[in-house]
Ligand binder design. Structure first.
Ligand SMILES: NC(=O)c1ccc[n+]([C@@H]2O[C@H](COP(=O)([O-])OP(=O)(O)OC[C@H]3O[C@@H](n4cnc5c(N)ncnc54)[C@H](O)[C@@H]3O)[C@@H](O)[C@H]2O)c1
Length: 362
């Protein structure tokens, strides 16, 4: 029997979840949104039978649901995930996992009590480049990754002013918490080590400047614009590894880059997307490389993988369904989500205090 799933949040990301669930032969039977027209529109467009004006209505009307995906503004991730787990549903929750690590702890407690699966959409782990790189790492060809650098940098990419993305109470923060993917991917490649300390700075110098707005036509709202436009920092891990990061919506860089580079004891490597003039146009360049010393020479291996413009979003949703059905291993765990949120909390604290911040050990 196929997994029956309901979607909560009928915004921009719905289509990737929907397409991934369909590709994994799940049944998307309902969609709920606090905006009932948005839910009805998404249902009509994607051939979903039922739509509701609240998640609670959906839970009551559709007891047959096995799982839900949560695609709402960040503030609602934790309460909705906890409500769904308490209703006995598996949960696939968008990133960031929550607003703070404490909320993730509450989600984990609900997951343990429910016996259901809780996964997050760290879709960059599901990119063809990431699958390929993990094969080399797991085969021992990279050795221990001693150091890594995570970047998601934009020159003019603020997602509108005064909408939920720039409202700290709804989003939890700005570029750092929104574009956390490369931090996650770097720690994934490093073997998810235990973070020890973070030293970081955040900047909000462009956060109200219209010249730095993103090109996606997002409408401005009436809410506050009280988050950072850039974050820079360094994380140390208990095993001695180090990870530096640069994550921005707006800063004076040449163009948009999304990358993890790393230096291992046997090989270095990089997974990189350089966006083109118009985003994912023909001038965009993806690369997946390993750097080794062989026979006294420096060798660069270029790993060729299929192009995936969705950046793993469809494959990630497929992995959730297959994890529920027991045919694949989950690409991420709640404990890994907690460690990532601890890094994000510590980054904001360090930026505020100007001091290095120690991370509580699990
Ligand atoms: N993984 C990725 O690549 C990726 C990309 C973009 C966004 N996201 C994440 O997806 C989530 C949603 O982003 P989006 O761009 O789709 O946002 P969006 O603003 O386009 O859509 C959000 C929808 O959620 C609805 N909503 C708000 N509160 C709700 C509630 N309590 N219950 C039910 N519905 C509610 C809104 O009415 C809206 O229709 C965010 O957490 C964001 O970080 C992830």
């Amino acid at each position: 029997m196929s997994t029956k799933i309901g979607i909560i949040g009928a915004g921009g990301m719905l289509r990737f979840h929907h397409d991934g669930f369909m590709a994994a032969n799940a049944e998307v039977i309902a969609v709920a949104d606090v905006n009932p027209e948005a839910a009805a529109r998404a249902a009509a467009k994607n051939g979903i039978a039922k739509s509701f004006g609240s998640p609670q209505e959906m839970f009551t009307a559709c007891p047959e649901l096995d799982a839900v995906s949560i695609i709402t503004p960040n503030k609602f991730h934790a309460p909705l995930a906890i409500a769904a787990l308490q209703a006995g549903k598996h949960v696939f929750c968008e990133k960031p996992p929550a607003l703070h690590a404490d909320e993730v702890r509450e989600m984990i407690a609900a997951e343990k009590a429910s016996g259901k699966l809780l996964m997050f959409n760290f879709n960059n782990r599901a990119r063809p480049e990431s699958y390929a790189m993990q094969e080399y790492i797991r085969a021992g060809e990279v050795g221990t990754i001693l150091a890594a650098q995570a970047k998601w940098i934009r020159r003019t990419g603020i997602p509108g002013f005064g909408g939920w993305f720039t409202d700290k109470s709804l989003a939890g923060g700005g570029s750092l918490i929104d574009l956390l993917h490369m931090l996650d991917l770097a720690t994934y490649f490093m073997g998810c080590p235990q973070p020890a300390h973070v030293l970081a700075r955040t900047f909000d110098n462009f956060i109200t400047n219209p010249a730095f707005k993103g090109p996606w036509g997002l409408a401005d709202g009436n809410g506050p614009t009280d988050v950072e436009n850039a974050a820079h920092g360094m994380i140390t891990f208990t095993g001695g590894q180090v990870l530096s990061f640069q994550i921005s919506w707006a800063e004076m860089v040449k163009g948009e880059e999304v990358s993890v580079t790393f230096q291992g004891t046997k090989a270095g490597g990089a997974v990189r997307r350089m966006f083109g003039i118009d985003g994912m146009d023909e001038t965009a360049v993806d690369s997946c490389e390993l750097y080794t010393q062989e026979n006294g020479r420096s060798v660069n291996r270029n790993i060729i993988v299929p192009k995936d413009e969705s950046m793993g979003r469809i494959r990630s949703a497929m992995n959730f369904i297959r994890s529920v059905e027991g045919t694949e291993v989950p690409l991420n765990t709640p404990a890994q989500a907690l460690a990532l949120m601890q890094i994000i909390d510590a980054t904001y604290t360090s930026a505020r205090t100007g001091e290095p911040v120690a991370i509580a050990q699990a």
